[in-house]
Design a protein around this ligand. Structure first.
Ligand code: AMP
Length: 220
C-alpha cells in the first residue's frame, strides 16, 4: 500500500501517520523530519536547507526529489510507504510518478486532510516537541504535566523555529500557492480521498482507514 498524506502544515498528518504505520506495517517518510535531522547534524544537505526552512519556504525540488529517491530505494519501502510532506509541488508529484513507474509501482491513495487556517494557526503556535524523544505536545490541547518537560522521558520541550506565527503564515501561503494544486492533480487521477481534519483524532483515523480499504477493494 503506497500512500500520500496531503494537507497544510498542522493538519495532523504526523499524528495520523503514527497510527497508519502501526496498522499497515509500512514506514512513514517525512521529508520535513529528514531535513530537520540534516539541519541538526549540520550536513551539507542541512546547511543548504536551513534558510529555506526557517523562512517557511520550500527547499528546491531537486534536493527533496533526491532525498525521496534514495529513501524509496531502501528495503523497508518494498511493501509500501506513507509519504508525509512530499510531494509539495506539481514538479515533485511528476518526478514521483516517474520514479514509481520505473519500478512498476504506483500511489494507491492520496489522503487529503482539510483544516481551516485559523485552526491551523492555533495548533501550530502551541505545538511543542521533546528534544530527546520527539513526542509532540500542545500548550492548550495536549499540555505536559509539568510545563516545558516531556511526560514520557523528562526531556526538554522546544518550539520549532518555523512554528513562530509569522513563519506559519508564510508556510500557509506557500501551501496554498504551491501545494494545493496537487488536490486537482490527484483528483484527476481518481485516487484522492478528502478527510475532514477538524474531527477527533480517532474519527480522522477511521475515515482514513475506510478510504484506504475502499481503494484496496477497488484494486482487487
Ligand atoms: P514539514 O515538517 O513537513 O512541515 O516541513 C518543514 C519544512 O521542510 C517545510 O516548511 C519546507 O521548508 C521543508 N520541506 C519539507 N518537505 C518538503 C518538500 N517536499 N519540498 C520542499 N520543502 C520541503
Amino acid at each position: 500500500m503506497n500512500l500520500i498524506l496531503l494537507g497544510p502544515p498542522g493538519a495532523g498528518k504526523g499524528t495520523q501517520a503514527a497510527s497508519l504505520i502501526e496498522k499497515y506495517s509500512i514506514p512513514q517518510i517525512s521529508t520535513g523530519d529528514i531535513l530537520r535531522k540534516a539541519v541538526k547534524e549540520k550536513t551539507s544537505l542541512g546547511i543548504k536547507a536551513k534558510s529555506y526552512m526557517n523562512s517557511g519556504n520550500l527547499v528546491p525540488d531537486d534536493v527533496v526529489v533526491g532525498i525521496i529517491k534514495d529513501r524509496l530505494a531502501e528495503a523497508d519501502c518494498s511493501k509500501g510507504f506513507i509519504l508525509d510532506g512530499f510531494p509539495r509541488t506539481i514538479v515533485q508529484a511528476e518526478k514521483l510518478d516517474e520514479m514509481l513507474t520505473a519500478e512498476d509501482k504506483k500511489i494507491d491513495k492520496v489522503l487529503n486532510v482539510a483544516v481551516e487556517d485559523e485552526v491551523l494557526i492555533k495548533r501550530l503556535t502551541g505545538r511543542r516537541i521533546c528534544k530527546d524523544c520527539g513526542i509532540g505536545f500542545h500548550v492548550i490541547f495536549a499540555p505536559p504535566t509539568n510545563e516545558g518537560i516531556c511526560d514520557k522521558c523528562s526531556g526538554e520541550l522546544f518550539q520549532r523555529d518555523d512554528d513562530e506565527e509569522d513563519t506559519i503564515i508564510s508556510r500557509l501561503g506557500v501551501y496554498k500557492n504551491q501545494t494545493s494544486p496537487l488536490i486537482d492533480f490527484y483528483t484527476r487521477k481518481g485516487i484522492l480521498a478528502s478527510i475532514q481534519g477538524n474531527n477527533a483524532v480517532d474519527k480522522i483515523f477511521s475515515d482514513m482507514c475506510e478510504a484506504i480499504e475502499g481503494s484496496m477493494v477497488d484494486n482487487s
